[in-house]
Each structure stands twice: as C-alpha cells, then as structure tokens.
Design a protein around this ligand. Sequence first.
Ligand code: GLU
Length: 296
Amino acid sequence: MRVRRLTAACAALGLVALAGCSSEAGNDATAPDATVPVEEEVQFDEGTTMAELAEAGAITVGTKFDQPGFGLVSPDGVPEGFDVEIAKIIAAKLGIAPEDIEWVETISANREPFLQQGQVDMVAATYTINDDRKELIDFAGPYYVAGQDIMVAAGNPLGVEGEESLADIRVCSVNGSTPAGYVQENYPDADLTLFDEYSLCAEALKNDQVDAVTTDNVILTSFVAQDPEAFELVDNPFTEEPYGIGIPKGDDDFRTFINDVLEESFEDGSWAAAWDATAGAITGAPAPEPPAVDRY
Ligand code: GLU
C-alpha cells in the first residue's frame, strides 16, 4: 500500500508540521507547537544519496501504519506518529517537504528486504538496532530506547507480573520482530501466536484469543492509552530496544548525515517537540532524555 502525503495548508507554509497540521493533538490549542523549516538551499557532494534525494525533491520512507503514537495511518491515508515526524525532520534537512514524502507501509518482517530491494530510501518504524539486522542493512541513531514489555487484559486477570509468565500464558507477537525472537529463544515452549501487525495481536487479546501481547513498551502504552477499558500494561520491561533509522547497507555518508540530523534535533528541541505532539500526546509521558547516537 502506498500513499502520498497531502497537507496543502501546511505545505504552503513550507514547514514540517510537528503539531498544528498533521496530528490531532496539534489541532488542540494547548498542544505543543513546533515546526522544522524545510531547507531551501541544500548542498551535498555529488554522487551521495543526499544529493540524489535533494535533486529528486522526494523520498520514500517505510513506516508502520497500525501503531498509534509511532506510525498510524489517519483516515485521509497519511501516517502520523513519532517515527513519521522523525522522518519529516530528516527529509526537511534534505530540502524535501512533507508532501513530497512517499509513505510505504513496512511491517516488522519486510523492513530489511524493502531496504535491500530499494523499495524505500529509509525506514523509520520502531526499528530496533541489532547485529543480526546490521548484517543486512545499516542504522543511524538510536533516536529512542524502548524496552520489551507485556500488555494484558484490563484488570490483569491472570496476574502476569513479568517475562517469566510468558512460559505459562497464550502470548501474541509479530513475525520478524525482536520481541517474538526473544520469546522463541528464552521461552521455546511458550504458546506463541505470531501475526504480521501488532493491531491484530491487540484485537486477539480483546477477543480473548490470547492472554497477552508482547512487544516494545511504547507501542503497548499507546494501545493501552487508546483503549484503557480493554488493556493494561504490565510495566516491567526486560530488554533494551534502541530505535534506529534503517538505510541500505554500506551507505556511510547517508548514515553520517542522518546521525548529524538526529543530534541536531536532540539539541534544537525538534525531537522533543515531535515526541510531545505524537506518542507523548497519546500517553501523557514527557519526552525522555534523548539517547547517545552510536556512530559505529
Ligand atoms: N522494536 C522491535 C523490532 O524492531 C519491535 C517493534 C516492531 O516490530 O516494530 O522488532
């Protein structure tokens, strides 16, 4: 599924809208307001990915379409969330306006292949940096550090306290994700159901087809915030999930460029504003301290 972003009013201002244009929270007068100007004059070394993208004036970004707070497609077909805003900040530094970003849905399992096959220029999709993935692609970042946690039905009827419970309950996660891998490795006998998207796990939990969903705490927190009568977070994280921007393997210049942009966004407040307007607005959690970028 492909969509193009169409935000005429905001685009006309030539601004990346972090609030006030694209997110519901932004329409609230009390919501934090922040914008990152789209660079008008950009200069990159010939032959670099940055030069190519700037010249094209367009970029294709893989993101989630079903994860509130990070990448959730809105009724007009455009994704919204923290990952989406981070991608817009990177695009802005390439001189690319939000309406010139082509959003492609990447589910957990197809992020590496989409990068390897050139279907996307970069991926911003709650994407944990790890060595296995680094064999296939490269990562800029991290720009956020999550932790694997567990979501159960409201009231926690089975008394799930932490990861040890995964051995004894019906648990749902997603193909190709690090949380699924963690369960398979550490609880090989677990009753694990795998879907392609977390929204399907949330649905299964609601319908009592599973007892729990496991993935990153921030993904689960947003599902809970959206439906607190149905869901509850165990809130006992047991892994570290540093989120990176996935790019094709070996593009060191592009990786350095994105790392520079991320660090700048940590400093100038645009990263925190992106958080406040998206995941922060849904969960009420203040923006944390940004992590240290890993220039491996
Ligand atoms: N951060 C984990 C991962 O990259 C879980 C979230 C996801 O599947 O997107 O696998």
